[in-house]
Design a protein around this ligand. Structure first.
Ligand code: UT7
Length: 323
């Protein structure tokens, strides 16, 4: 059996920071409301003209450097994104060109906030079957482009960033298991819509889609679903809560993260939280959080880590990893 092991992580955040105080000037909201209901203090926003592949490139280079690999070693490139640079070519192909990689398969995965977990699950199978030996798996987003900046229910949440891992063939596990799911019956609770007539005409001309969310309903389903995926993952591995060293959750809302930690009976010191500084970066949020905790020394080789995510679709998933 060929296992897939994460040998390097990397991430990148655009320089511009949007604080809760900045948002107070844009919509009817308050720093207190945003902190108490979401845990978010600030988020990073891409510059005009800075596209998803521009964020993905430095994240990918950092992951390759951490793994001691060159772009030419990569034989599979997957980008999870909801905000591709263009309809086509895929962001993965555009990134492939930026990295100077030629000939490897390169494609995007669209599973919104669960995108990175989906991409990891697909890359793992390529490696398990011998179809790839060195995969670059990235979650990258410029969600600020599809946020309705007049909708206080969503514009305080979403943000931009990128995270990446290098996944290599190994005799040792590695990725212990991945679990991915979807149920399109919930498509209308978290979706994109064309803006109404009172919205900036330039955006209408661009055909930009805006995020629309029934937040409170999404919240409740997210908490229950993530609770179930935790059970499913531990059961499949024959593990218990006590075997988990770190939870690296999707960073949507601190209250959802706390609920999953409670379910696992894991103290918050064992949970990687970046939502306060990054906001919800959708497909980028899990690899961004992972890289943050690897680089600051919290997550160490040999640790058992549970990644989980939930997002539009609905989609949800998890990955159990021996780091
Ligand atoms: O990443 C993909 C998955 N996404 C998620 O998991 C997000 C899940 N949802 C959430 O995180 C939360 O539902 C939100 C943070 C979006 C909203 O928090 P909530 O506690 O569920 O609030 P709510 O939607 O029930 O709204 C409560 C009140 C409402 O006012 P009334 O009707 O009680 O007068 C909202 O209009 O809060 C109001 N509100 C705000 N007030 C100040 C909504 N957004 C804001 C805001 N500032 N930004």
């Amino acid at each position: 059996m060929i296992h897939a092991r994460i040998t390097g992580t990397g991430s990148y955040l655009p320089e511009r920071i949007l604080t809760n105080q900045d948002l107070e000037k844009m919509v009817e909201t308050s720093d207190t409301w945003i902190r108490e209901r979401t845990g978010i203090e600030q988020r990073h926003i891409a510059e005009n003209g800075q596209l998803t592949s521009d964020l993905a490139e430095p994240a990918a280079r950092r992951a390759l450097e951490a793994a001691g690999k060159l772009p030419s070693d990569v034989d599979l490139l997957i980008v999870a994104t909801t905000t591709p640079d263009r309809v086509f070519p895929s962001t993965a192909c555009l990134l492939q060109q930026k990295l100077g990689i030629h000939g490897s398969p390169a494609f995007d995965i669209q599973a919104v906030c669960t995108g990175f977990v989906y991409a990891l699950s697909v890359a793992e199978k390529f490696i398990n079957t011998g179809a790839a030996r060195c995969a670059l798996v990235i979650g990258a987003e410029t969600l600020s482009r599809i946020v309705n900046w007049q909708d206080r229910g969503t514009c305080v949440l979403f943000a931009d960033g990128a995270g990446a891992v290098v996944l290599e063939a190994s005799e040792e596990p590695g990725i212990i298991s991945t679990h991915i799911h979807a149920d399109g019956a919930y498509e209308s609770l978290l979706t994109t819509v064309k803006p109404g007539p009172d919205v900036d005409p330039q955006r209408l001309a661009d055909g930009t889609a805006f995020i629309e969310m029934r937040g409170n309903e999404v919240f409740k389903i997210a908490v229950n679903t993530l609770g179930r995926i935790v059970d499913e993952t531990l059961e499949a591995a024959g593990m218990t809560n006590a075997d988990i060293d770190w939870l690296v959750p999707h960073q949507a809302n601190i209250r959802i993260i706390q609920a999953t930690a409670r379910k696992l009976d894991l103290p918050m010191e064992r949970v990687v939280v970046t939502v306060n500084k990054h906001g919800n970066t959708s497909a980028a949020s899990v690899p961004l959080a992972l890289d943050t905790a690897v680089r600051d020394g919290r997550i160490k080789r040999g640790d058992t880590i549970l990644l989980e995510a939930f997002g539009g679709g609905f989609t949800w998933g998890s990955a159990l990893i021996r780091f």
